[in-house]
Design a protein around this ligand. Structure first.
Ligand code: TXA
Ligand code: MG
Length: 322
């Protein structure tokens, strides 16, 4: 048995990025900030460290991972771009969009990271620290969100430490993630299809494509994005959605100008601010010991689609398979 690694938390500067790149090259696990959420990175070509990554997260199944690269050119070496993928990549990268593409045979990504699929999920993140790390490491870095399986995604280094201390080598701390929701996932295998709403609103994607996105029907038996099990984003507390007010014994997660919210996603009713606060507020309410959380209604437009998706998953009965 190998000893547990002592997890080092490093302030995001040049030295930290060099240490993290060297750690990845040596087969280590590095949590790093992206504009969406913190990712848990590993060398995509190293099957052994990918196996350690799944173990560190406590993932009962091998969900395929997103390969993070520094540029569109690097992404082209991993997957094939059709016209729609080309448009989306040139319009939105770097940024909170993941494209699922037909995998190139020589992509150089460990089979385990792709869970045996012949497609590959690719993203060019916008966060300067992620970009600096990818530039220094050079190869693709596979990175799921840096949380234990079944927990909400981490938007601060402290969330990563709480979930993964002693299980990973380095956490680069660059403060809170600006977007706060995971990337939007679009499959460009046939008709462009929305697999997961996320940090880039559907409307922006449809405007760029000049057409509607198809919707993937995912359920717990045959999830198209296999990590999209209904209970994937589960805090410990029980959630009641679309609440007008708190009932006795409930904490209130507000949206808009309400005086008595325990925490408020956005007092001014701004969806961008609400997205950035969603996971940290759910974690904070869990940490406060709240057993039941009433969540006020969030409008279903722009980032509201992804916020409501994560809230619905957080409210779903836990299946223990996420
Ligand atoms: O914002 C994000 O996307 C963050 C940051 C770290 O980049 N990453 C993230 O990764 O959310 P993860 O592993 O928590 O979620 C990735 C999702 C999973 O639901 C997985 O099943 C899906 O992407 N996925 C990966 N490869 C796929 C593929 N080839 N086909 C369909 N879905 C895929
Ligand atoms: Mg995740």
């Amino acid at each position: 048995m190998t000893a547990e690694p002592a997890t080092r938390v490093l302030k995001a500067d040049k030295a930290a990025i060099s240490a993290a790149a060297a750690c990845l090259a040596a087969g280590g696990l590095v949590a790093f900030p992206t504009e969406t959420v913190y990712g848990l990175g590993a060398d995509a070509g190293n099957g052994e460290v990918v196996a350690r990554l799944y173990a560190a997260k406590g993932r009962p199944r091998f969900n395929p991972l997103i390969a993070h690269v520094g540029s569109l050119e690097a992404a082209r070496r991993l997957g094939r771009f059709d016209a729609a993928a080309e448009t989306l990549a040139t319009t939105f990268w770097p940024g909170p969009l993941t494209l699922v593409l037909p995998k190139r045979p020589d992509a150089g990504i460990a089979d385990l990271a792709l869970a045996g699929l012949d497609s590959v999920a690719v993203r060019v993140p916008a966060h300067p620290v992620a970009r600096a790390l990818l530039a220094e490491f050079k190869g693709p870095v596979v990175a799921p969100s840096a949380n234990r399986s079944g927990h909400v995604s981490p938007t601060e280094a402290a969330h990563v430490l709480a979930d993964l201390r002693g299980r990973i080598d380095i956490i680069i701390d660059a403060g809170p993630c600006p977007v706060g929701l995971e990337s939007t996932i679009v499959a460009c295998l046939a008709d462009p299809t929305l697999l997961r709403p996320g940090g880039l609103p559907r409307e922006a994607i449809e405007r760029a494509l000049g057409r509607k996105l198809a919707d993937a029907t995912t359920d717990d038996e045959t999830p198209l994005a296999p990590g999209m099990l209904t209970s994937h984003y589960a805090p410990k507390a029980k959630l009641r959605l679309d609440a007008a007010a708190a009932e006795p014994g409930e904490a209130l997660l507000g949206f808009g100008p309400v005086p008595d919210a325990t925490l408020n996603l956005s007092p001014r009713g701004d969806l961008i601010e609400a997205a950035a606060n969603l996971f940290s507020h759910l974690r904070a309410l869990d940490a406060s010991g709240a057993k039941r959380i009433a969540v006020m209604k969030v409008p279903h437009e722009g980032l509201g689609e992804a916020i409501n998706d994560r809230l619905a998953r957080a409210a779903a009965p836990k299946t223990g398979t996420s």
